[in-house]
Design a protein around this ligand. Structure first.
Ligand code: HEM
Length: 234
């Protein structure tokens, strides 16, 4: 098999920068373009919806990306790297569950059907498998911890599913942005070439670029290693 490409630029710094830019952009979108966020509202139910994309994107894309790279970016012992990895992933999972609850509540309060779009199917699969991946990882690699051979055989699958779910989170977010933009254009809330529509398209492009860089940062040789399992203290 061909060797993995070696990044000759500060790929980890760039991932952090683009992740922060994506997080800022979704907050700007919710607050500046969509009028803000709320966990409950009698007058404007859309404010409840607006929490959904913000928590999903910051959780399953930005924090997830940072957590995936923790083994390469966090200095210190393997145990500390692992702790940062699982803590960030826990936060990502928590945010995604709250984000799911808000969009569910919005649908209930506006009497909109649940789970009728491709985005919602992708999203539900993403949240269910992300939670399963976290629980399995916690049980096997942290507490109570599986046998040495059990851990060694699970690790490659954990890495594979982790990357797969990250890509799925990007695809789900892009489909969510697309869907929301088209909904708003059909309802004549925004124009096809409006600043908001262009902003949402640009955010989608930014997410795709961020995804490519996270994958490059994972495969690039050099700093850290997640491809072997080297004992219970690691
Ligand atoms: C990984 C990130 C995301 C996940 C896992 C996810 C998941 C979901 C799920 C499960 C639903 C269905 C709720 C229901 O049927 O009651 C939903 C709805 C929705 N989401 Fe997301 N979402 C994500 C990101 C986004 C983003 C970034 C946007 C951008 C605005 C968005 C926009 C929407 C919209 C408009 C709906 C309502 C229509 C529908 O059910 O498809 N989502 N999402």
């Amino acid at each position: 098999m061909a060797a993995a490409p070696a990044a000759r630029f500060p790929v980890f710094g760039l991932v952090r920068l683009l992740g922060l830019a994506a997080a800022a952009a979704i907050v700007v979108w919710a607050v500046h373009f969509r009028g803000g966020m709320a966990l409950s509202s009698e007058t404007d139910k859309l404010l409840i919806f607006n929490v959904h994309p913000v928590l999903m994107l910051i959780g399953l894309v930005v924090l997830n990306g940072e957590a995936i790279l923790a083994y390469k970016t966090v200095p210190g012992t393997k145990k500390l790297k692992k702790l940062v990895h699982l803590a960030l992933q826990f936060l990502a999972m928590l945010l995604s569950l709250i984000g799911l609850w808000t969009v569910w509540k919005f649908h209930d309060e506006r009497q909109i059907d649940h789970l009728y779009t491709l985005h919602s199917w992708l999203g539900l699969a993403c949240i269910i498998f992300f939670s399963l991946q976290w629980a399995t990882g916690f049980y096997t690699f942290w507490y109570p911890g599986g046998s040495r051979s059990g851990r060694a055989s699970l690790l490659p699958w954990h890495v594979f599913f982790g990357l797969f779910l990250y890509v799925l989170a990007i695809a789900t977010s892009v489909s969510g942005l697309l869907e929301k933009s088209i909904f708003m254009q059909s309802a004549k809330m925004i124009g096809r070439f409006s600043t908001e529509a262009m902003f949402m398209n640009s955010l989608g492009m930014l997410l795709v670029l961020l995804g490519a860089l996270v994958i490059l940062a994972v495969v690039t040789p050099g700093v850290g290693k997640i491809d072997t399992y080297r004992g219970s203290s690691e």
